[in-house]
Design a protein around this ligand. Structure first.
Ligand code: BJW
Length: 258
């Protein structure tokens, strides 16, 4: 066996023996679908755009047209992307786990994502915790009314709801709190899991990055899959440097026999 095969087999064994698995994903999960990451040096969004001008409540108050046009540009881009084998592998791991029974117990699988693109759901994942919200849902800032998949493009910029309030994407900007129910469940399932997988995230944005530390502190077996090393790499039990779309299908295939 190569070193990679040995690591993949070890991870598959840990998953098969686990009672609870938590997976936290970031932009790298969707990179092979063509969705840009944030912090990759050449291709990341923050290499071309200033996050403080686009992903903060202050930026939205100052210039709602620029902010909403930027999110609409990203909505259009995501609409043209399709789930990749990494999304499919995680969806299939969750389906495999859900088909367990008393005679054939299987672990629970909690999928937690920082991504707002909805690609895990489009791949068939039935339960995804969206820590940073969704770009497909917008909210009236006056009434709180939610709109799923509003028109693209909007008829006017900045867009307004029927009640006359500004519309904003239901994503979490810097300085904003994360959806409470999502964060509570993600924190609980990370702290209680036996196996924790971090995939395609630079692990610099909190509180999402803290989930790994909570899992490690509680004694979980920790795994990282990323093209590059991150601040979590030295602390995990196994780090695989590789593409999520190549590594995850191999792991999940070994677990599910698919
Ligand atoms: C591949 C790959 C392939 C590529 N295969 N891998 C504690 C310490 C320090 C700071 C803070 C702290 N607590 C809170 C803060 C402040 C702040 C924060 O974390 N700042 C740090 C950046 C310093 N956090 C917040 O403000 C959060 N709110 C909060 O904590 O509220 C309470 C509070 C309020 C006020 C004061 C204090 C506390 C909110 C954070 C919201 C983040 N929002 C964004 C935008 C969302 C909407 C949108 O999409 O536009 O979320 S920013 C952006 O970063 C986005 C992402 O979800 C998030 C994480 O990025 P991610 O997913 O990791 O992407 P990248 O690009 O960074 O990494 C991609 C990785 O993939 C790379 O490693 C590649 O190598 C890899 N990769 N291709 C495998 N094929």
């Amino acid at each position: 066996m190569t070193e990679l095969e040995t690591k993949i087999q070890r991870i598959a064994d840990e998953i098969a023996a686990a009672r609870r698995i938590a997976v936290v994903s970031g932009a790298g999960l969707s990179a092979e679908s063509g969705v840009p990451t944030f912090r990759d040096a050449q291709t990341g969004l923050w290499a071309r755009y200033d996050p403080m001008e686009l992903a903060t409540p202050e930026a939205f108050s100052r210039d709602p047209e620029t902010v909403t046009r930027w999110y609409d540009w990203r909505r259009g881009l995501i609409a043209q992307c399709t789930p990749n084998p990494a999304h499919a592998a995680l969806a299939s791991l969750q389906s495999w786990a859900a088909s367990g029974s008393a005679e054939r117990p299987r672990p629970s699988v909690t999928l937690i994502t920082q991504n707002v693109d909805g690609l895990l759901q489009r791949a068939g994942a039935h339960d995804v915790i969206e820590l940073h919200g969704s770009i497909h849902t917008w909210k009236c800032t006056k009434t709180g009314e939610l709109l799923d998949n509003p028109p693209l493009p909007f008829p006017e910029y900045p867009p307004r709801s029927k009640a006359g309030g500004r519309l904003r994407p239901c994503v979490v900007w810097f300085g904003e709190t994360l959806p409470e129910a999502a964060l509570t469940r993600a924190a609980r399932d990370s702290a209680e899991c036996d196996v924790f997988i971090s995939v395609g995230t630079s692990a610099v944005v909190y509180p999402a990055a803290g989930l790994f530390h909570a899992a490690a502190a509680a004694g979980a077996f920790t795994i990282e899959i990323n093209l590059e090393r991150t601040s979590a790499s030295d602390a995990v039990d196994i780090m695989i440097a590789g593409r999520a779309g190549e590594v995850l299908p191999q792991i999940v295939g070994r677990v599910t026999g698919g």
